[in-house]
Design a protein around this ligand. Structure first.
Ligand SMILES: [Zn+2]
Length: 184
């Protein structure tokens, strides 16, 4: 049976949170799951600490500890490149939810974005290794590059000024993929 977009979104969230629950438990900590996972369209997204949601984006909001995503934009990427798109973006956003739990001074900057890409790569490698996830096309290590190629320069999520260049992002993602969370 072929998964729908909604199935893949739900699985990406659940599998990634299960991964982090286990990672936290190894250190004797308790992972705090996000409170909500909110689809929106265009400009209709929830605001975060006074900032309006941007179209063509997915984001973690520390105030409220939730993730929101432009449903149409994500589904478009999913149609274009398959479930890999969801498995790059959602683990990245949950990576911010992890950072917010580990760092009192958490804020979104390029360093945090690259670490979230690294966390995303580590999550993905673990899901592939455990058999929870079959990567449909190509190598998991290449997924972030495929996403950059499938995206559009107007996509907020892929904005190099906020997230780092494609090369920096791919390097961080591959570091996590190859060496795991500790390397991030
Ligand atoms: Zn981010």
């Amino acid at each position: 049976m072929v998964d729908s977009f909604e199935d893949d979104m739900r699985d990406a969230r659940e599998l990634t949170e299960a991964f982090w629950k286990e990672q936290f438990a190894k250190s004797g900590w308790t992972y705090r799951p996000i409170t909500d996972f909110i689809p929106y369209t265009g400009n209709s997204g929830p605001s975060c600490a006074g900032h309006a949601a941007a179209p063509k984006n997915a984001f973690y909001c520390r105030k409220g500890h939730f993730i929101a995503y432009d449903h149409q934009w994500m589904e478009g990427l999913w149609k274009e490149m398959g479930d890999g798109s969801v498995y790059v973006i959602i683990p990245h956003e949950l990576g911010h939810a992890v950072q917010a739990q580990l760092r009192a001074d958490f804020r979104h900057n390029i360093q945090a974005e690259l670490q979230a890409d690294c966390y995303g790569g580590a999550t993905l490698a673990s899901l592939v290794a455990s058999g929870a996830l079959n990567v449909d096309e190509g190598d998991g290590r290449e997924l972030l590059l495929s996403l950059e190629a499938a995206g559009d320069s107007t996509d907020d999520w892929l904005d190099p000024a906020a997230h780092g260049t494609a090369k920096q992002r791919q390097r961080s993602f591959a570091l996590g993929y190859n060496e795991g969370v500790e390397a991030c």
